[in-house]
Each structure stands twice: as structure tokens, then as C-alpha cells.
Ligand binder design. Structure first.
Ligand SMILES: [Zn+2]
Length: 223
């Protein structure tokens, strides 16, 4: 049985960007054993899209498998990382502009998501904010600890939403800020990372292991 964070988290519908209604996906969260203890607070308004498409057809680096219309094949909008249930793309009506992995001999530690116009960025799961600050490369950046050795990072935000600061607890889908181009970014987009490991190491978030969001299994409430 998958163990999830917090109190009653109810995700009623996945907001489908295509015509087919999306199935109900997420039910409840209970915290994993041991620290850090995260108490899920208010659930935000975010409803993940059921599908994800490439922004640039075949010209997207490290793209996952796509169909002939450049929709990500077998896209999983809600995934399970360890004991944590996460939204794969924590912003609405986005396309994928870069995948995870090496590009130009540098490792891309997350995925890049764009929408036009730029939209709000949401917490991918309940957790506690470890960092909400300006970074040279990441620009306005939020790092969340979801418990169980799972973390997420949201970079290049235009600004932070009210109350988004280190130490604050967030529920699923709470607004963190607005998609932007702060830091080292050539276009307005969200750089989103899933990280695993232990933040309490000499390198902090840089000592965590970046993970490919497309490698994780879908959350199945019935399993
Ligand atoms: Zn990126």
C-alpha cells in the first residue's frame, strides 16, 4: 500500500486538455514513518492536465517517447516516487521544451515546461519549503521537502506567491509563484526537478540525486 503525505487530499479530476474526460487519480495521503514529518495543509486549486505534448515536435532534447503528433506516449500525470505521490508537470497547459538528461555535454537535472501565456506554478505534492530564494542560475527558486527522501525544485519563477518562504508548509497544488525567466534562462519556462536523497549533506540540494520524472510509475489508487 502506498503511503502518502498529510491529511485528506482529494484530487477530484485531472483537467484534461483534450476532449476525453480524465479519470479520478488521487485519494488520500498518510505520512511515511520517521522525520521529516510533514503535515499537509490546504490543498491548492491545481488540477493536473492529463496529457503532455512536445513544444517543438522532434526538436526537443531528451524527449520521452512521443506519438506522431508529439504527445508523450503513455504520459503519467500523477506518479509515485518512493512513497510520495507527485504531479509530473506542476503547471497547467504546458508543453515540454526539454527533457531530462545530458544536452550539450551538460546534465539537465530536470524538465522544462512552457505555457503561453505564462501561468502559475504549483507544489507537486504536500511538503515543507526548504528554500525560497534567488539563485544565480535558477533565478527565483523554490525547493520543497516532501518527506521520505523526496524533494522537488521549481526554478526561473517570475516571482513568489504570498507566503512562499523557507519553513512554510504547502499542500498539494498550492501556488508557489509565476512561471518566468529569472536566472539563467533563455525563455519564459518552468524548470522542474525531482530529487531524491538526504538534503542534510554538505552540499545541500546539490548533494541530492536528480531523477527523470518520466521514469516513475503512475499512481494507481486501487493498487
Ligand atoms: Zn531546465
Amino acid at each position: 500500500m502506498i503511503r502518502l503525505l498529510g491529511a485528506a487530499l482529494t484530487l477530484v479530476f485531472l483537467a484534461a486538455c483534450a476532449s476525453a474526460p480524465a479519470p479520478v487519480q488521487v485519494r488520500t495521503y498518510t505520512p511515511p514513518p520517521g522525520p521529516p514529518q510533514v503535515t499537509a495543509t490546504v490543498q491548492g486549486t491545481f488540477q493536473p492536465n492529463a496529457y503532455l505534448r512536445s513544444c517543438g515536435g522532434i526538436y526537443v532534447t531528451n524527449a520521452p517517447p512521443m506519438d506522431s503528433d508529439f504527445w508523450v506516449t503513455d504520459y503519467k500525470p500523477i506518479i509515485v516516487v518512493g512513497q510520495i505521490v507527485l504531479a509530473t508537470a506542476p503547471s497547467n497547459d504546458v508543453c515540454l521544451s526539454s527533457g531530462f538528461g545530458f544536452r550539450s555535454a551538460r546534465r539537465h537535472d530536470g524538465i522544462d515546461l512552457q505555457s503561453v501565456p505564462a501561468g502559475p506554478v504549483y507544489s507537486a505534492a504536500p511538503g515543507r519549503i526548504l528554500e525560497a530564494r534567488v539563485s544565480t542560475g535558477y533565478g527565483n527558486m523554490v525547493l520543497i521537502d516532501h518527506g521520505g527522501g523526496v524533494y522537488t525544485r521549481y526554478a526561473h519563477l517570475a516571482y513568489f506567491s504570498e507566503g512562499i518562504q523557507a519553513g512554510a508548509e504547502v499542500g498539494f497544488g498550492q501556488e508557489l509563484g509565476m512561471m518566468g525567466q529569472s536566472g539563467n534562462a533563455t525563455a519564459i519556462h518552468l524548470h522542474f526537478e525531482i530529487l531524491t536523497g538526504n538534503y542534510n549533506n554538505p552540499r545541500g540540494s546539490k548533494g541530492l540525486d536528480p531523477r527523470n520524472p518520466f521514469e516513475f510509475p503512475a499512481y494507481n489508487p486501487g493498487s
